[in-house]
Design a protein around this ligand. Sequence first.
Ligand code: BES
Ligand code: ZN
Ligand code: ZN
Length: 505
Amino acid sequence: MITISVQHKPMFETRSDAYVFLVEENFTFSKELEHFSEHYFSQLRAMMQAREFTGKALTTLVVPVSLENRTAYLMFVGLGKNEAHHYELELLRRVAGQMIRMGEANKVSSLALHMPSATWFGSTVQELAKQLAVTMHMASYHFDLFFTEASSKLSRDMTVTLLAPEHEHEAITTGITQGGWIAESINAARTWVDMPPSMLHPEEFATFAREIAKKHNLKITVFNEQQINEMGMGGLAGVSRGSDRDAQFIVTEYRTVKKDAPTLAFVGKGITFDSGGLSIKPANYMEDMKEDMAGAAAVIASMDALAKLKPEVNIIALTPICENLPSGKATKPGDILRFYNGKTAEVRNTDAEGRLILADALSYAVQHYQPDFIIDLATLTGACAHALGPFYSGMMSKHDDMVKKVEHASERSGDRVWRLPFHDDYKVAIKSAVADICNIGNPAYKAGSITAGFFLSNFVGDTPWVHLDIAGTAFDVPDMPYYRKGSATGVGVRLLIELAMHWQK
Ligand code: BES
Ligand code: ZN
Ligand code: ZN
């Protein structure tokens, strides 16, 4: 766990295991560093030269030093070159992650650093403190519940002291608090995704949602499989049929006190394990399929932070949850399912199951809430992971003004999105000879992510809607200092929160 506080003191009067300096490329020594080097380590400059440390972006240098009666580290992290002193916020996030990694590697329990300049990052002091907090907490996350040897646990308890002038204390404290809330949601989503699939079934997932709702007094409705069947949600029921576990459809509502506020619907795919069903996946494609509920995890987890942050919009979180398994009862290729809005689909491949459960959830959102906006998050297609890789989620929409809002939230939050074409030319790809639509695209149209998006478009009517395919970004994203190898990212939580908080702006 990371505990962050703010102090107004000269750096070396703050007792800390490590003192961190964020430096520009070809930096000159600050007065503080000059003073330090004069009194404690006259070879500091020479050492930097020998190690060829110049402050290139995200390079690091760790220097052990001997103080009066103890040892400590100086840790340098490079910000890279920028004449105009203007840096992307994403650099700050990665630097924050890097600091936590350096702390872990050197087994320190405390870090102290000067609050970086907000203007350098085109931001406010509060926002910068929030971003720092979010990413330090994210970096600290490690799914280590099942290690029996202490040495396998990478995460360390650390206190981080941000040094700043007195007049910035309040803004920084607020930023730290809000960042803590957001990170709690992100790391909760990551824990659920990382949890082994036989330890997190639909019903356990519903328990998490109920706990969040109870904590904040949010309205929650959980439909079980019988109710799902009775309501005519043939997609969710059809996918769940092969599993012994009960499907769940969870609807959680946050209401703002503000009158006439817009209503946003957050919809998340929640397949707690995707074997492919009877169209079974090859073994190596199945290995990470516990991640197939990452959309639902993001949607439910973000409600926790949102209930504390209190945006001036209403938010309805809708998550269809089930397992996709083969059995004698499972839906078969060739079966036809009827969804909540009355439309039918031919199932030619039971592995294209995400769109089937989302169809019901989207229809339900439209019919019961008439939302001003719907966004869905789904680990929907391998094709999206191939097209964009692990750094951008695929975004599909016909509503340019909504796309702008999402892009803006994406830039500010760090959950990056990339828009894919969504022209009606692709629509015919999902024609079926026997039902309204088919659950896989005609191979001639390729573009599997877009044709999946068009399948979903049948269930939103005219409601402004954005679809995010997070198949590539939900799990095991490499080279990012605030993520971990082989683990969930919590993608979407930051974006959804940012979107709700700045909906009107
Ligand atoms: N859950 C998968 C998509 C996926 C793949 C998510 C890799 C994360 C990483 C989805 O249900 C699926 O199997 N999609 C099929 C669709 C196809 C049968 C049309 C796919 O992408 O192969
Ligand atoms: Zn599948
Ligand atoms: Zn799936």
